[in-house]
Write a protein that binds this ligand. Structure first.
Ligand code: AMP
Length: 548
């Protein structure tokens, strides 16, 4: 039987889900609430609304029209937030440029996205210089002065950001248009080939914002966000719209703090002086903070931090909880806008002992409403949710990218069988928690068994001397691959010989039935640093090349 379509009155307004609908409420509820940039400036939502309109007027005067692409190269700032709204609300596309790509990749993304205008922070101008003469579609470049300084460069700027805004009208009649219009584009650095462009529509961003709100703000759990929270992002705003959080907290009219370039002392200062209560970051950032000397004298007991982008190692979670940070993980990827799951502690678990609760905080989490997640076997069949059977994680939600920009082949692969393929391996337990055990590409395949590299890293992280760990498979004639673990020790343990002690931890895990025999690493290699990607994740591709 077909699905019945409800008839609609001819004159009914067919409300499009546009980013502009996220903006209005903050002016009604909290016009005097503040948005803060480092220790440099603060203004109210009244000012913010005016500046968004002024930016749209300024860009229009520069020649930007619907369908054009405006690229931004900046640190996490109030200016970036203004662009998050003004650019898509005009009907243009916001390209949040990945500023940590190699010069060739940066050039590729600017040309591939067909940027018309670039807004660039003065400190990032040196990234543009070597590629300027190969940029194809950009007509105007606008300078964002950081610290009021002009960079020494031959690049000609059309104007600077504050001048662009200053004489403009503080209102703009943002138009209605199709909610499926593209709002944003950004690039993910894959393991091979050129970066892939991911894009999101207005409708997807609006629905993601509401999904995020339900996930973060509605459940009785260890951390419930409200409009009273003070928000500060610690993931770059070029990466998946800082997980979409700026859209949520602007919609709610929260106090927001933008940290600019990430510096531990500045971050910790802002957390305490501005009384930040909520942030999100990759494990590397929290690792950097937990090991910062300033930490000892800083009270972080009101700070809730969501960890994503990589698995949260148990040892790091325990160290952060000891520092009184309310830390827990969430999961998603560039292609998923990103949020899919949050590691909430369910009400019946709150009396569990701390160790068991750390297990929950480090799980990959429970799906938020509207997120369907399945684990499939190699034949594409869903496996049981018994916490044991693993397979590829696939998903459907209304806010997943429809494909890769101008790349139909990869888009088909991504959506094979009508589900978005995450490329992650995991399982779902009877309580409904997803646990990512690896990236498909990072699983260590040894002697016919699959060993989770994340599991090995997690075991190593439990030793108090271990600061960071990375596990990879190295080629082996007999077994296909064999696991090795790289370890960075805490400063106080640098001269200690801990090889046997660490190895014993893996043997014990095997004896207790938590690790297959083949999973016991052949080697533990002590090193001073482990390679990271541009967004601070372990760079397994580089590590594999280094140790192969
Ligand atoms: P990206 O697209 O760069 O944001 O990377 C997304 C990938 O990061 C996912 O496909 C996962 O492999 C990994 N990831 C993100 N969050 C988690 C998490 N909580 N636990 C384990 N892996 C994660």
């Amino acid at each position: 039987m077909g699905v019945k379509i409800i008839e609609q009155s001819e004159s009914a307004y067919s409300y499009p889900l546009l980013i502009k609908s996220l903006l209005g409420n903050s002016l009604v509820r909290s016009p005097d609430q503040e948005i803060i940039y480092r220790d440099q400036m603060r203004y109210t939502y009244r000012d913010f609304h005016k500046r968004v309109a002024q930016l749209a007027n300024g860009l229009e005067q520069l020649g930007v029209k619907q369908g054009d692409t405006v690229a931004v190269m900046d640190y996490d700032s109030h200016r970036y937030l203004e662009c998050y709204f003004a650019v898509p609300m005009m009907g243009a596309v916001l390209h949040t440029v990945h500023i940590r790509l190699s010069p060739e990749q940066l050039l590729y993304t600017i040309n591939h996205a067909e940027d018309d205008v670039i807004l660039v922070n003065s400190e990032l101008v040196p990234l543009l210089e070597p590629i300027m003469d190969k940029i194809e579609t950009v007509k105007k470049i606008v300078l964002i002065r950081e610290n009021g300084e002009d960079p020494k460069t031959a690049i000609e700027f059309a104007t600077d950001y504050e001048t662009l805004l200053c004489d403009q009208k503080p209102t703009y009649d943002f138009p209605d248009f199709d909610e499926n219009a593209r709002a944003t584009t950004f690039y993910t650095s894959g393991t091979t080939g050129n970066p892939k462009g991911v894009y999101f529509s207005h409708r997807q961003i609006v629905l993601h914002t509401f999904g995020l709100m339900t996930g973060l703000c509605a459940y009785d759990s260890q951390a419930v966000m409200t409009s009273k929270d003070v928000y500060m992002p610690l993931t770059p705003m070029f990466h998946v719209h800082a997980w979409g959080m700026p859209y949520l907290f602007t919609m709610l009219g929260n106090r927001q703090v933008y940290p600019g370039r990430y510096e531990p002392a500045m971050i910790l200062k802002l957390v305490t002086t501005e009384k930040v209560t909520f942030s999100h970051c990759v494990p590397t950032i929290i690792h950097m903070l937990v090991n910062s000397p300033v930490m000892e004298t800083t009270d972080l007991s009101a700070w809730k931090v969501v960890i994503g982008g990589s698995a949260l190692p148990r040892g790091l979670c325990a160290a952060a909880l000891k520092a009184k940070i309310n830390l827990y993980s969430a999961y998603g990827m560039s292609e998923t806008c990103p949020l899919l799951t949050i590691a909430h502690i369910k009400p019946h678990m709150v009396d569990w002992d701390e160790e068991k609760l750390i297990d929950i905080r480090c799980k990959t989490g429970l799906p938020i409403p509207l997120v369907d997640i399945e684990i499939i076997d190699p034949m594409g069949k869903p496996v049981a949710h018994d916490g044991v059977q693993t397979g590829e994680v696939v998903t459907r939600t209304p806010w997943l990218t429809q494909g890769y920009l101008k790349n139909p082949e990869k888009s088909e692969e991504l959506w094979e069988g009508g589900w978005l393929h995450t490329g992650d391996v995991g399982n779902i337990d009877p309580e409904g928690y997803l646990k990512i055990t690896d990236r498909l590409k990072d699983v260590i395949k040894t002697g016919g068994e699959w060993v989770s590299s994340l599991e090995l890293e997690d075991i190593a992280s439990r030793h108090p001397a271990v600061s960071e760990a990375a596990a990879i498979g190295i080629p082996d004639d007999k077994w296909g691959e064999r696991p090795i673990v790289l370890v960075v020790l805490q400063a106080a343990y640098k001269d200690k010989d801990l090889g046997d002690e660490l190895k014993q931890m893996f043997v014990t895990q095997h004896e207790e039935g938590n690790l297959p025999k083949y999973g016991i690493p052949d080697k533990i290699i002590f090193t001073d640093a482990i390679a990271k990607t541009g967004v601070g994740k372990l760079d397994k591709k580089v590590i594999r090349t280094q140790y192969k």
